[in-house]
Design a protein around this ligand. Structure first.
Ligand SMILES: [Cu+2]
Length: 218
């Protein structure tokens, strides 16, 4: 019964806290304590606990790793090319994802990209862009340079050239998810392993900014 009353108090306190603009709590009533006899300080503590829970970092976050364009309209339906490299934005959204320690980030990958995560403290300028390897799939041809700097690297995503081919047997699929877990607090650097993407490009027809972001673990 006591537990039920406590829960009821918390629910009431939540309502008061969340809707304090419209309800308001008279000071005289507050000084007298809550309706079930709890001291007001205890009620305040419960409200603070609820506030802390509401403000806590989520257990996981979804990060868009590359995104298909919509301006001008892009129709991927056959017979159009479903993975036109010139119709993909090299974005990492949100650019700084926030999760709690032990949580995960769902990298939703759209386009020819490879998420690579570096340990806390690594900056974009620390990455050795001259240390590369090449894609291992039959396509693209010629092969593409992928960043191969293993210093402080804690996760390297799949070779994007090894994604399955579509039913035509020509275009390889570029939409996938990789879920990465973070156990320790700090801010982690996430880059695209495709060298040209990480460095960015001003070349038409699809100029793109350098492709990297961060994951902050609370
Ligand atoms: Cu990329």
């Amino acid at each position: 019964m006591k537990r039920l009353l406590t829960h009821t108090t918390m629910i009431v306190a939540s309502v008061l806290f969340l809707d304090c603009r419209s309800i308001g709590l008279p000071l005289s009533a507050a000084a007298q304590g809550s309706s079930n006899g709890q001291p007001f300080q205890a009620l305040q503590a419960e409200i603070a606990q609820i506030q802390q829970t509401l403000e806590a970092a989520p257990e996981n976050a979804t990060v868009s790793f590359g995104a298909w364009q919509t301006t001008p309209p892009y129709d991927r339906f056959p017979p159009n090319t479903p993975t036109d490299r010139n119709r993909d934005d090299h974005v990492v959204v949100p650019n700084d994802a926030i999760i709690k320690a032990g949580g995960t980030v769902n990298f939703v990958i759209s386009g020819f990209h490879q998420p690579i995560v570096y340990d806390v403290g690594t900056k974009p300028q620390d990455i050795d862009v001259n240390n590369t390897t090449q894609t291992t799939g039959v396509t693209p041809s010629p092969k593409v340079d992928l960043i191969n700097d293993s210093t402080d690297r804690i996760y390297r995503g799949q070779d994007p050239s090894l994604q399955p081919l579509d039913r035509s047997g020509t275009a390889f699929l570029q939409d996938r998810v990789e879920v990465v877990r973070f156990l320790h607090p700090g801010t982690y650097l996430v880059i695209c392993g495709v060298k040209n993407h990480f460095q960015g490009s001003t070349m038409p027809p699809n100029p793109q900014p350098p492709m990297f972001g961060f994951v902050t673990v609370k």
